[in-house]
Design a binder for this molecule. Structure first.
Ligand SMILES: Cc1ncc(COP(=O)(O)O)c(C=O)c1O
Length: 476
């Protein structure tokens, strides 16, 4: 038995008794980490775990997974995250993901479950569904299913609800900013369904859907389903016009608003929820991007399709819903309605306005040092067309080396391979949650752009990252 004396954050001495092997472990490598730990905030154990360890971990030594979690937490804290599809949910949201809701099976729907013990699960699922409709739909013409696990399976649920084998889906091509789950050459769905793609065209000061191409594809391929949705499109788009064209051609419409959901629910972007047949028939969104919730998804459908959609999900394709995800989605919806608050206490609409402002400032910084953006940003992301001589994978790796996390991305009509496309996608939702200010966002754009062009050194940008990340909030 050995003794370790340590001092806690308020200066009290703590005395721990350990077996010799534990002491050896602590000395061999872990001591450094323990010493360099941030103060554990006064919060729940689950929220503390976000720091990579709990008080108990410090005392009893970390297992491998706890060490890894701690390292990941430090990585996130010490880097600047520009991935447009990522964000930082509140500690309460994370806590609900790790709560006892994880333990319960609830196959079926509220009031009609296959196992006993679902009295509170029923309440939970009904509450979150109601909140989701309150946040998204002002028409009263839609229902929602909250059981789907993520964005790609959510899209699949819509396909299996409305398509017959051999039916065609019309979606935006991948190189123009479409998503893999919208049916493309590599989709497994091609075993059942056919696909065709529409594309984008350059416009003065921007980009737009190529309406001529869109109309021709509707006429020539007679799709059963048209998907309106993007992964890397920096502009706003109008749902009503495209829905009308699709409906006139006899197609149903799925709007995938996974990226822009936060803008849609705050009226900073046109909504696909519309009355009188002018809206989308189905709307899918992930909950972990601009919505700042847990990894999950919501599927909305016009009331007439809800029963078929629910059957596709259960018993058609899925087992027990993940109640912990549903509860965590509920928490993020409460933070959107203002019934609860994210730790920064900024209301959700103001947060989304800050995201827009910061993205625009980032872009200003990039342009200041002569980087080319594909089109002026109107949302939470900007898309950079890299200089011809640059390899996008090398650029992404170089930025990661100096602590700036990005993803390489295709630009419209890209002729390079998807592995080494011509562009870089940069989003500001995550750093805005950490409280970045517009002037800092502009400086970040200058730093990224100067590193790409070789006008500054790795050392200088690494120092910039260290400085800025230490100024930003972290859990929280
Ligand atoms: C538009 C769109 N739809 C669907 C998805 C897929 O979501 P998930 O990764 O949760 O399957 C994404 C992911 O980035 C997306 O951008």
């Amino acid at each position: 038995m050995g003794v370790i004396v340590n001092q806690d954050q308020i200066g009290n001495y703590l005395v721990f008794l350990f077996s010799p092997s534990v002491i050896l472990n602590l000395i061999q490598g872990l001591e450094q980490k323990i010493i360099s730990l941030d103060p554990v905030p006064e919060a729940s154990v689950a929220a503390d775990f976000r720091y990579g360890m709990t008080e108990e971990c410090i005392i009893t030594n970390m297992n491998y997974l706890e060490q890894l979690t701690h390292k990941e937490s430090e990585r996130q804290k010490n880097t600047l995250n520009l991935i447009a599809s990522e964000n930082y949910p509140s500690p309460k949201t994370l806590q609900l993901l790790g709560s006892v809701w994880n333990d319960k099976y609830a196959e079926g729907y509220p009031g009609k479950r296959y196992y006993a013990g679902n009295v509170f699960s029923d309440e939970l699922e009904e509450f979150v569904g109601k909140k989701a409709l309150e946040v998204f739909d002002s028409t009263g013409e839609y229902g929602v299913n909250v059981q789907v696990l993520s964005g790609s399976p959510a899209n699949a649920m819509v396909y299996f609800t409305v398509l017959e084998p051999g039916d065609t889906v019309l979606s935006l091509n991948l190189a123009s900013g479409g998503h893999l789950s919208h049916l493309h050459a590599t989709s497994s769905y091609l075993k059942f369904f056919k696909y065709t793609n529409y594309s984008l065209m350059s416009k003065k000061h921007g980009l737009a859907i190529d309406e001529v191409d869109f109309k021709n594809k509707l006429k020539e391929t007679k799709p059963r389903l048209v998907i309106l949705g993007f992964s890397s499109y920096p502009r706003k788009y109008e749902f009503a016009k495209l829905c009308k064209l699709a409906h006139e051609a006899g197609a149903l419409v799925l709007a995938d608003i996974s990226h822009i959901a936060g803008l849609v629910v705050t009226d900073l972007h046109d909504s696909p929820f519309k009355s009188n047949g002018e809206g989308a028939d189905f709307v899918v969104t992930t909950t972990h991007k601009t919505l700042r919730g847990p990894r999950s998804a919501l599927i909305f459908a016009k009331n007439e399709y809800m029963s078929a959609l629910n059957k596709t999900i259960f018993p058609g394709t899925s087992g027990g819903p993940h109640l912990n995800q549903i509860a965590a989605v509920g928490q993020s919806l409460l933070e959107i309605t203002g019934e609860d608050v994210y730790p920064d206490k900024i209301d959700f609409k103001q947060y989304m306005q800050n995201v827009l402002q910061n993205t625009s400032s980032l872009e200003t910084g990039l342009i200041e040092v002569d980087q080319e953006v594909v089109a002026a940003t109107q949302n939470h992301l900007c898309l950079v067309k890299l200089p011809e001589k640059c390899d996008s994978l090398d650029v992404q790796t170089l930025l990661e080396k100096v602590g700036i996390i990005t993803n390489r991305n295709a630009v419209p009509n890209d002729d390079r391979s998807p592995w080494r496309p011509s562009g870089l996608r940069l989003g500001m939702a995550a750093l805005t949650s950490r409280g970045i200010l517009p002037e800092q966002a502009r400086e970040l754009g200058v730093a990224v752009g100067s590193l790409i062009s070789g006008d500054t050194t790795e050392g200088a940008v690494a120092g910039f990252t260290k400085d800025m990340s230490s100024q930003l909030k972290w859990y929280f």
